[in-house]
Design a protein around this ligand. Structure first.
Ligand SMILES: Cc1cc2nc3c(=O)[nH]c(=O)nc-3n(C[C@H](O)[C@H](O)[C@H](O)COP(=O)(O)OP(=O)(O)OC[C@H]3O[C@@H](n4cnc5c(N)ncnc54)[C@H](O)[C@@H]3O)c2cc1C
Length: 401
């Protein structure tokens, strides 16, 4: 059996590993000069491979797609990801809130170990092969040496989503599947920043400034964490965690009001008492600083609450504990960490095979699911890659089943 894996990201490489371990002869094709570029980039801030938490809570992070993902994540979940990384020589550790990282905190050693394992399994890696569709039964690729055709007994497509196109992302493929009758949900940014109409003064002064720990609230959801002010708005971990809800609210209502508790470890009453202390001849900025509110913590409520400076200490305390931030729109897809949308779940069967294209399987971010950052993305990509690789190997030996 001879299996083609198109796309050499985490999902495709895991599909290749699984199919090769099942005895298949596997070729991985990738458009870029080297595979796994997004995985490498993910390691820049400390590669968050997975998350240790009770399975129901873990699964709930996949929202509407959790039922579809459950069998794959049950078969290859956070513990399996840790064991797999360990097997590649990259021992992991559990950091804050259950986040799991390789001890090296980088992707490069893990990817190196993985590519060596694939080479030992006989996986052939063909870079600079951009998949362009089919010619009859053959897969077709554009390469620096011209067009190339390849035959396979089964194919795994693991082409990723459209975010960060310079890393090999970019939607180069959905039209190819749509032309074959595969349904695709529209792409939307996930784990993205949002635009805010900052005043010119605020944007100039605070663009690039981190908001140290705050509590970010939207509806009944609250996330404690950090974010960063940007020239056009706000981004960062806590924003990404709420991004799907915020994006959907912006789409429905035209904007979304996020509330920021900029002093999450102090009660409103305590803050109001401090703010009520006589200020004397001191400026408001100095007074706020003496109350523990400095830099962006003080500037944000002054920016977002009209007339903040003239409010009573009690009202100022309320504003610091719930500064309203109007989010106007998500940042564009190519800036997002990941994307929602892609091949719909109804287009594939339980083995991830396209109903319209027997023998062609899909894995990874190209399927229609989303999850917050924090290891959920990579875990699902690996689990889906493993499932698709195993199913492709089974199909190759027994196409009917
Ligand atoms: C900055 C950043 C940080 C991140 N940090 C984390 C993190 O810490 N934890 C986490 O869980 N997730 C993180 N992610 C998300 C994670 O990297 C992705 O979800 C994951 O890489 C998706 O895997 P994939 O295999 O589905 O697709 P990809 O990794 O996008 O791989 C798809 C592959 O397909 C290739 N390809 C595309 N079109 C074609 C074509 N026509 N022909 C041939 N090849 C093609 C591409 O070149 C690419 O190699 C991060 C993402 C970014 C951008």
């Amino acid at each position: 059996m001879n299996i083609a894996v198109v796309g050499g990201g985490p999902a495709g490489l895991m599909a290749a590993e699984t199919a090769a371990a099942a005895g298949a002869s596997v070729t991985v094709y990738d458009a870029m000069p080297t595979p796994g570029r997004k995985l490498l980039r993910a390691g820049v801030g400390g590669l968050n491979l997975t998350r240790v938490e009770p399975f129901p809570g873990f699964l709930a992070r996949y929202g509407a797609a959790q039922a579809r993902l459950e069998p794959h994540l049950a078969a290859f979940g956070p513990d399996d990801v840790r064991g797999w990384a360990d097997g590649l020589g990259e021992e992991t550790f559990v950091g804050t809130s259950g986040r799991v990282f390789p001890k090296a905190m980088k992707s490069a050693p893990l990817l190196r170990g993985w590519l060596s394992r694939l080479a030992e399994l006989g996986v052939d890696l063909k870079s600079r092969h951009r998949w362009t569709g089919w010619d009859g039964d053959a897969l077709t690729f554009d390469t620096p040496d011209g067009a190339v055709r390849a035959h396979a007994s089964a194919t795994v497509l693991a082409l990723g989503g459209p975010s960060w196109p310079r890393l090999g992302g970019g939607d180069t493929w959905s039209h190819l599947l749509a032309a074959r009758g595969v349904a695709l949900a529209p792409w939307q940014p996930a784990n993205c920043g949002f635009d805010v109409a900052w005043s010119a003064h605020f944007a100039e002064r605070f663009a690039g400034t981190p908001i140290p720990t705050a509590a970010f609230g939207f509806g009944d959801a609250s996330v404690r964490g950090g974010a960063v002010i940007t020239a056009t708005g706000i981004e960062g971990g806590a924003i990404y965690a709420l991004a799907a809800r915020l994006r959907d609210a912006v789409a429905t209502h035209g904007s979304a009001i996020l509330t920021l508790d900029l002093a999450p470890d102090r009660s409103e009453a305590d803050l109001a008492r401090a703010l009520a202390r006589p200020r004397g001849a001191k400026s408001l900025a100095t007074h706020l600083k003496r109350c523990g509110l400095e830099g962006v913590r003080a500037a944000l409520p002054r920016e977002t609450v009209p007339g903040f400076d003239a409010l009573s200490p009690a009202a100022q305390a309320r504003a610091v504990k719930a500064a309203p931030l109007a989010l106007l729109r998500p940042r564009p897809l190519d800036e997002a960490i990941s994307a929602a949308g892609g091949v719909t779940w109804d287009s594939v069967d339980e083995s991830l095979m396209l109903k319209a294209l027997p023998g062609v399987f899909c894995a990874g971010e190209m399927l229609d699911w989303e999850a917050p950052t924090g290891g959920y993305l990579l875990t699902a990509c690996l689990a889906l890659g493993r499932a698709a690789g195993a199913a492709a190997a089974r199909f190759s030996t027994s196409p009917i089943g």
